[in-house]
Design a protein around this ligand. Structure first.
Ligand code: ATP
Ligand code: MG
Length: 256
């Protein structure tokens, strides 16, 4: 049975999708069977995995509103090596439509339950909001991975996310926990980043992943080729860091 993790942070542009696609590819390199769920109407994880979001017969939108099953909407990315439940702009409508549906927070979980036995890992790339879509992600997950940039306001934003996770844990999904905080786009030359990184460790201790993802342009170039950075240029520093991070994830969930 798959272990399911959300990649979440309500702040935009902090590296959620980059983490989701590269962790997925890194886990595949460790012989894990992986499903990546794109839960963002931007469809960046879909495109970044080589799937054309403009030509989807079924997507996570149809799955959430009950017009298709997860297995009907699944696609396999041959180059990336994992399966994907794709998304496009249709998903923006789900936010409104879900409100009136039964089990509105649980619909992704119920849909994924039907395919979970086919995978070792399910990763959910969340949109940059604490919305009903993200809530569906949190209700479907065993844990949350939080990518963050070590910048001045990063810690402040984190408390909203931590509170949401606590509420979901208390009311909707008792198995939900924070797996860890991942420092991304890190530049060791910037003193402020070092300071925020130290503050993070003071507050969150070993919830902060050991692996640090550096700022690396090869990771940013990869999506335009429709593959994760880990596949695009495996030897680049950023790719190597995500491969190491996949190893740390496998190790960490053994002790969960
Ligand atoms: P959104 O909130 O819009 O979904 P996001 O949190 O998913 O954004 P990404 O799309 O992963 O963030 O990253 C934002 C931008 O930063 C992208 O252009 C991406 O290529 C770039 N980026 C992410 N990680 C790195 C990195 N380690 N080094 C260099 N560029 C990076
Ligand atoms: Mg994203």
């Amino acid at each position: 049975m798959a272990k399911t993790f959300c990649i979440a942070n309500q702040k935009g542009g902090v590296g959620k999708t980059t983490t989701a696609v590269n962790l997925a590819a890194g886990l595949v390199a460790q012989k894990q069977k992986v499903l990546l769920v794109d839960l963002d109407p931007q469809g960046n994880a879909t495109m970044g995995s080589g799937i054309d979001k403009a030509n989807l017969e079924n997507s996570v939108y149809q799955v959430l509103i009950g017009m298709a099953s997860a297995s009907q909407a699944l696609q396999h990315s041959v180059e990336a090596g994992y399966s994907i439940l794709p998304a496009n702009r249709d998903l923006a409508g789900a936010e409104v439509e879900l409100v009136d549906l039964e089990n509105r927070e649980m619909r992704l979980k119920l849909a994924l339950d039907a395919v979970a036995s086919q995978f070792d890992f399910i990763l959910i790339d969340c949109p940059p909001a604490l919305s009903l879509l993200t809530l569906n992600g949190l209700c479907a997950a065993d844990g949350v991975v939080v990518p963050m940039q070590c910048e001045y306001f990063a810690l402040e934003g984190l408390s909203d996310l931590v509170n949401t996770i606590k509420q979901v844990h208390a009311n909707l999904n008792p198995s939900l926990k924070i797996i860890g905080l991942l420092r991304v786009m890190f530049d060791t030359r910037i003193t402020l980043q070092q300071q925020v990184s130290e503050q993070l460790i003071t507050h969150f201790g070993d919830k902060v992943f050991r692996t640090i993802i550096p700022r690396n342009v090869r990771l940013a170039e990869a999506p335009s080729f429709g593959v994760p950075g880990v596949i695009f240029d495996k030897s680049a520093r950023g790719a190597q860091a995500y491969i190491e991070f996949a190893g740390e994830m496998v190790e960490r969930i053994k002790t969960m």
